[in-house]
Design a protein. Structure first.
Length: 125
């Protein structure tokens, strides 16, 4: 059996906020000390909203069964696809469809929201 690779990311899949609770993403982002942080904020039906505070690069991966939505709050997110790079400035979003190889990266500290299926494996298939 192959070992699961270890990644240098702080990924927290627990749902931090319940319905009817006020979500303060700015306080969480401001308190973040990690270079690559991912925290599930809440669940909406069968999806989750996650906060990401990122700097550096994620590994190349894909999700066979799930789309991913990225929305930039602060900074700039780069999404490398096979053949092109998408630059996402603040207040813009982008969907990576299921099955598409991609890598996210940020040259400087960037704060993002992600919406994805609650059962998604963040590191990919």
């Amino acid at each position: 059996m192959a070992a699961t690779p270890a990644y240098p990311y702080e990924t927290r899949l627990n749902v931090l906020y319940k319905p009817l609770e006020l979500i303060d993403e700015k306080a969480l982002a401001d308190a973040c000390e990690f270079k690559w942080y991912n925290q599930t904020l809440c669940q909406v039906n069968d999806s989750v909203v996650r906060l990401g505070v990122v700097q550096g690069e994620y590994h190349w991966h894909k999700h066979d069964d799930d789309d991913e939505f990225f929305y930039v709050l602060e900074g700039e997110l780069l999404i490398d696809l096979e053949g092109r790079t998408v630059e996402i400035p603040p207040r813009k979003g982008f969907v990576v469809p299921k099955g598409v190889m991609h890598r996210t990266r940020a040259l400087h500290r960037t704060v993002i929201l992600m919406v994805e299926n609650a059962g998604i494996i963040p590191t990919g298939n």
